[in-house]
Design a protein around this ligand. Structure first.
Ligand code: ADE
Length: 479
C-alpha cells in the first residue's frame, strides 16, 4: 500500500513514520510513504502558500493553487505507476476537526486501497474550492483541535498500515484485540510473577486454556462496561442475539452465532422477527427470518449499495423476496453439521497431519474444485489448510473456510477407505475446540458420504435445509 502525504512539514511525517513496525514494513517494501511538500508547488515568488480569508476572521488560509498542483503531481505519478489511464480514483483524505470521526472500521476500509493521499491542513484551514475538487473523505481523529493535520495523518497511517497483510507478523497479528468484538482488551501480565508485592493472576499460570479464556472475557466485559458503556451496549445486544439463535436452533444458526463469537460479524439488524449479519472477513450476508411474514422486511435490511455477493438464507421463505431484489446466479442447498460435544476427538498417532503452506497450492488445486485459485491461495496463506501425509506423501487435506466453517475435505483416490477423512476432520474439530469455537460445516444436500462421516464423528446434522445464494459471478467458498 502506498501513502502520499501532502504537507507543509514533510520532515514531521518522515520522522514520525520511520520507526517501529511501520518503519520495518517500509524497509521491506510492503508499504511506501512519501511526504510531499505543498510549498514546492506554489507559484508565488516568495514561496508563500497562505493568505487572509475573505470576509475577515482570525488567521490565514492555505490557498487553492499550491494544494491543487501538489495533488495533481501525485495523481499523475499514481496514474503512471498503474500504467493505464483509468482505474479507481485515488481517495484523498483531508484531516480536519470538521470531518467524520476516525474509527477501526474506517481503518479497515482504507486498508483495502492500493494508494491513498492525505492532505494536512495548517493555519485556519484550506480554501474550500480546492477541497471541493479533490477531497473524497474528510476525517477527524477526535473532538479536539490540533495545530495541523500531520499528527492525525500519522495516526491514520499507523492504524491503517497495521491492517495491511504482511505488516504485522503472526505474533503481532491483529486478531483478538480491542474493538474487534466491541470489547476492550483484558489486562495482560508478564514476568516476574510477583512485582511490587502484586501477584500475576493465578489463573493465567494454571495452563487451563478454557478457564483462561473465560477469565479474559469476564475482564474484558467488566472493563468495557466501566469505561465504554456505549461499546458495551453494542456487545450486549450481539451477545443476547447470539444466545437467542442458539436457543432457537443451535445447528441451523451455528454459522451466525460463530461468526459473532469469533468477532468477525456485524449485526446490521437484530430484532424479534429475525436478523441480518454481515461477516466482514468473508463478506457474506447471513439472513434469518423467524416467520414467513418477516421475510421481505429482513431482505430489505441488506444495505442498498449491495448489488452482488454471497448470502446464506436460513429459511426457505427468504428466497422469493431475495429473487425479487437480486438475480441469483447460483444456489447451493445445504444441511448444517455441528459438533456439540465439546470434548476432543481421539486421533491416531500414525497419521501425520500438518499445516500446508502456499507451496502446496498446485497440489490442492489439482483436487479441490469448489473454490477459485485466489480463494485457495488466500486460505493457504492464512494457514487454514491442513494435509494428511502417508509415508511422506500428501494423501488428502481439509481446511477452514473464510467464514469459519470446516470444509475443503478431499482424500485422494488411492488413499480412500482408510479412515483418513475421519482423521483429518477430527484434527480440524480439535483445533477449533482449542480456540473456543463451536466446530461446524456445510454439507451439500445429497452428499451421503459426507453425512455418514459427520454422523460417525458425532456431529449433529440439521433437518432444516438452508441456501447459499450467489448473486453475480463471485466464487462459491464450497462445501
Ligand atoms: N486538524 C486539526 N485538528 C484535527 C483533528 N482533531 N483531527 C484531524 N485533523 C485535525
Amino acid at each position: 500500500m502506498n501513502f502520499y502525504i501532502m504537507t507543509l512539514f514533510p520532515e514531521m511525517i518522515e520522522q514520525g513514520a520511520g520507526n517501529s513496525i511501520i518503519g520495518r514494513a517500509l524497509a521491506r517494501g510492503i508499504l511506501s510513504l512519501e511526504a510531499v511538500n505543498i510549498r514546492d508547488y506554489t507559484k508565488d515568488k516568495h514561496r508563500k502558500v497562505d493568505d487572509y480569508p475573505y470576509g475577515g476572521g482570525a488567521g490565514m488560509l492555505m490557498q487553492a493553487q499550491p494544494v491543487y498542483d501538489c495533488w495533481q503531481a501525485i495523481a499523475e505519478k499514481i496514474k503512471e505507476k498503474r500504467g493505464k489511464e483509468d482505474g479507481p480514483e485515488t481517495r484523498v483524505v483531508y484531516l480536519t476537526p470538521q470531518g467524520k470521526t476516525f474509527h477501526q472500521e474506517m481503518a479497515k476500509e482504507f486498508a483495502k486501497e492500493e494508494d491513498i493521499i492525505f492532505l494536512c491542513g495548517h493555519y485556519e484551514g484550506i480554501d474550500e474550492r480546492v477541497l471541493e475538487e479533490i477531497v473524497t473523505d474528510r476525517v477527524s481523529i477526535g473532538d479536539y483541535v490540533l495545530t495541523g493535520g500531520e499528527l492525525p495523518a500519522l495516526v491514520m497511517v499507523d492504524a491503517i498500515a497495521r491492517l495491511v497483510p504482511g505488516v504485522l507478523s503472526n505474533e503481532e497479528s491483529a486478531g483478538e484485540e480491542t474493538f474487534y468484538n466491541d470489547l476492550l482488551e483484558y489486562p495482560q501480565y508478564s514476568r516476574p510473577e510477583q512485582w511490587h508485592g502484586k501477584n500475576a493472576p493465578e489463573i493465567l499460570l494454571s495452563g487451563n486454556h478454557k478457564k483462561i479464556r473465560e477469565w479474559r472475557l469476564e475482564q474484558s466485559e467488566y472493563r468495557t462496561k466501566q469505561i465504554r458503556p456505549d461499546l458495551y451496549e453494542k456487545y450486549a445486544l450481539r451477545k443476547k442475539w447470539m444466545e437467542k439463535l442458539i436457543k432457537k436452533n443451535k445447528a441451523l444458526y451455528a454459522d451466525m452465532s460463530e461468526c459473532l463469537n469469533r468477532g468477525q460479524g456485524e449485526l446490521l439488524y437484530a430484532e424479534e422477527d429475525g436478523g441480518v449479519l454481515w461477516d466482514r472477513k468473508a463478506d457474506v450476508y447471513m439472513l434469518a427470518a423467524f416467520s414467513q411474514a418477516a421475510a421481505e422486511k429482513i431482505v430489505d435490511q441488506i444495505p442498498d449499495r449491495i448489488s452482488e455477493g454471497q448470502f446464506i438464507l436460513h429459511e426457505e421463505w427468504l428466497l422469493p423476496p431475495m429473487e425479487k431484489r437480486f438475480q441469483i446466479t447460483e444456489k447451493m442447498m445445504c444441511q448444517r453439521a455441528v459438533y456439540n460435544r465439546g470434548v476432543s476427538l481421539p486421533q491416531s498417532k500414525e497419521l501425520e497431519i500438518r499445516q500446508l503452506d502456499i507451496s502446496w497450492l498446485s497440489a490442492v488445486l489439482a483436487h479441490y474444485h469448489l473454490g477459485s485459485k485466489e480463494y485457495v491461495e488466500e486460505r493457504l496463506s492464512e494457514g487454514a489448510v491442513f494435509g494428511a501425509f502417508v509415508e511422506g506423501n500428501l494423501a488428502g487435506f481439509m481446511g477452514e473456510h473464510i467464514e469459519g466453517s470446516l470444509g475443503m475435505l478431499e482424500v485422494f483416490e488411492e488413499y480412500r477407505r482408510k479412515g483418513i477423512a475421519a482423521e483429518l476432520e477430527s484434527y480440524m474439530i480439535n483445533r477449533q475446540l482449542s480456540k473456543g469455537y463451536l466446530p461446524y460445516g456445510d454439507v451439500i444436500v445429497g452428499n451421503e458420504a459426507s453425512l455418514k462421516l459427520q454422523r460417525k464423528l458425532g456431529l449433529k446434522v440439521s433437518k432444516e435445509i438452508y441456501c447459499w445464494a450467489i448473486v453475480s459471478n463471485v466464487g462459491v467458498p464450497g462445501e
